[in-house]
Design a protein around this ligand. Structure first.
Ligand SMILES: [Zn+2]
Length: 408
C-alpha cells in the first residue's frame, strides 16, 4: 500500500500515463495527416456550391456515420447545413466561417470528417463516436464566403448580432445551440496573420479564447470546463508549435456569440487561425486545427481533458481595441433591391487628406451594425431616419455633412 504521502505521486503517474496516450494519438494524427487530409480542396477561396459538393462526397464516404440536414438559409437563400455524428452523451458543437473570409477551419472540418470516415474502425474514432455527439456547421455565412468578405450580404458582422438576431444566419446559429444545448462548443475563426504572441515577436499561429460570460470575467462551471478543454488543446498544439500560441483578450463582448453561448451554458472555446511563415493559404494552420480538434474530441471522449486543469491555457501569452470619430445610432438602413431593411449603427472615421482647397479630412465608413459598445467623439441619433444602404457600405468614402443632413 502506498502511504498518504505517495498519493500525489500516484496521481502524477496516472496523469502522465493519460497524457502520454493523448500525446501519442496527437503525434500520430500530425505525422499521418497527408493520408487523411481531405484531398479535393487546396485553396481558401472556395464558395458555397463547392463546399456542398465536398459535403456530399464526404457523406457518401461516411456511410451511415453522419446525417446532414439544412439548419436554415442565408439572406440570399444559400443553405446552412448541420452534420451530426456519434451517439454519445457529450454533445460537441463546432461552427465555422461566420465571417465569410475566414475559411481555414472549414477546411479542417472537412479533414476531420474524412479522418472519421477512413479510420472508423480504430479505437479512437469508435470512442469518439460512442462518447460524444458531434454537431458541425461548416460555413455559417455562405453569402460572405461568396464575396470573400467578413460580413453577411446585408453588411452585418454576425458575431455582433447575437443579441439583436437581425440576420437569418445568426438565427440559425442560435436555434441550433438552443435545440441541442451542447456541453462544449468550438467557435472557429481566422485572425489577421500579423498578430504576434505577447511581446515575443513570434507569430501567433493560433489564438485561443474562452470567452467571458460577464463583465467581471468570472469563472463558473461552464467557463472552467471551457478552460480545461482549451488547456487540452494548448498542450496538444504546443507539441508542434511551441511559443506560437496566443490568448485572445477576454474582455466581455455583450454582442458576440462566443460570450453569449458561454452564458447560455455551452462551454465555448474560440480558435483563431492566425499566420505562419510561407503559408499564405494557411494549409499548415488547417492541419493544426484538424489535429487539435481530433485530439480534443478524444480527450473529451475519455474524460482525460479534465486532467489538464486550466493552467496551460491561462499561461499562454496575450495579444487589444476602439473609439470612433462619429457614430450615427440606430438608423434604418434600406436595401433598394428588396432585401429586408435593418436597424444599424454606422461608424465613420476621419482620414486625413491634404488638398489645395483646405479640406483636410474625408470620412470613411469603418463599422456597421450593433455598435452599442463603442463610443465616439460625436454621436448622432438616426432613430426613425432612413438611409440608403448604398451610401453607407463598409469602406465607403462618405460626405459626412451630406449624410448628417439626411438624419437631421
Ligand atoms: Zn472571425
Amino acid at each position: 500500500m502506498y502511504g498518504a504521502a505517495m498519493k500525489p505521486f500516484t496521481f502524477l503517474l496516472v496523469f502522465a500515463m493519460l497524457t502520454t496516450a493523448d500525446a501519442q494519438f496527437s503525434q500520430q494524427l500530425f505525422d499521418s495527416y497527408d493520408s487523411y487530409r481531405y484531398p479535393d480542396i487546396s485553396s481558401r477561396r472556395f464558395k458555397h456550391a463547392e463546399l456542398m459538393t465536398h459535403l456530399a462526397a464526404l457523406q457518401t464516404r461516411l456511410g451511415g456515420l453522419a446525417t446532414m440536414e439544412e439548419a436554415g438559409r442565408s439572406a440570399e437563400g444559400r443553405s446552412i447545413n448541420l452534420l451530426r455524428l456519434g451517439t454519445g452523451k457529450t454533445k460537441v458543437f463546432l461552427w465555422s466561417q461566420m465571417h465569410g473570409d475566414e475559411p481555414t477551419a472549414t477546411m479542417a472540418l472537412l479533414d476531420l470528417l474524412h479522418y472519421i470516415a477512413l479510420r472508423r474502425e480504430t479505437p479512437e474514432v469508435k470512442a469518439i463516436l460512442k462518447q460524444t455527439t458531434l454537431l458541425i456547421i461548416p460555413m455559417l455565412n455562405p453569402d460572405g464566403a461568396e464575396r470573400f468578405q467578413r460580413r453577411t450580404s446585408q453588411g452585418i458582422d454576425m458575431n455582433r448580432d447575437a443579441l439583436r438576431l437581425q440576420t437569418p444566419e445568426a438565427r440559425v446559429l442560435k436555434s441550433v445551440r438552443d435545440t441541442y444545448q451542447p456541453e462544449i462548443g468550438f467557435n472557429l475563426h481566422d485572425q489577421d496573420p500579423r498578430y504576434s504572441v505577447g511581446d515575443t515577436g513570434g507569430v501567433a499561429v493560433i489564438s485561443l479564447l474562452t470567452p467571458a460570460y460577464n463583465t467581471e470575467k468570472s469563472d463558473n462551471a461552464v467557463r472552467t470546463r471551457a478552460k480545461k478543454v482549451a488547456s487540452a488543446l494548448t498542450v496538444t498544439l504546443e507539441r508542434f508549435v511551441k511559443g506560437h500560441l496566443a490568448k485572445y483578450d477576454d474582455t466581455f463582448e455583450p454582442r458576440a456569440f462566443g460570450d453569449n453561448i458561454q452564458k447560455w451554458g455551452t462551454s465555448v472555446v474560440l480558435i483563431e487561425s492566425g499566420g505562419w511563415k510561407n503559408d499564405p493559404e494557411k494549409m499548415f494552420i488547417r492541419k493544426l486545427n484538424c489535429v487539435g480538434l481530433l485530439s480534443v474530441f478524444h480527450a473529451v471522449a475519455d474524460g482525460s481533458y479534465e486532467k489538464f486543469g486550466t493552467a496551460p491555457y491561462e499561461a499562454i501569452p496575450m495579444n487589444t481595441k476602439n473609439l470612433y470619430d462619429i457614430i450615427i445610432e440606430k438608423a434604418t438602413v434600406v436595401f433598394p433591391d428588396g432585401r429586408p431593411p435593418l436597424v444599424a449603427d454606422i461608424a465613420i472615421n476621419k482620414e486625413e487628406v491634404r488638398q489645395p482647397d483646405g479640406t483636410w479630412w474625408k470620412g470613411r465608413v469603418v463599422d456597421f451594425g450593433d455598435l452599442s459598445v463603442f463610443s465616439a467623439h460625436d454621436v448622432y441619433s438616426g432613430l426613425g431616419k432612413s438611409i440608403d444602404a448604398s451610401i453607407v457600405e463598409m469602406g465607403d468614402i462618405v460626405n459626412v455633412e451630406e449624410l448628417l443632413e439626411k438624419i437631421r
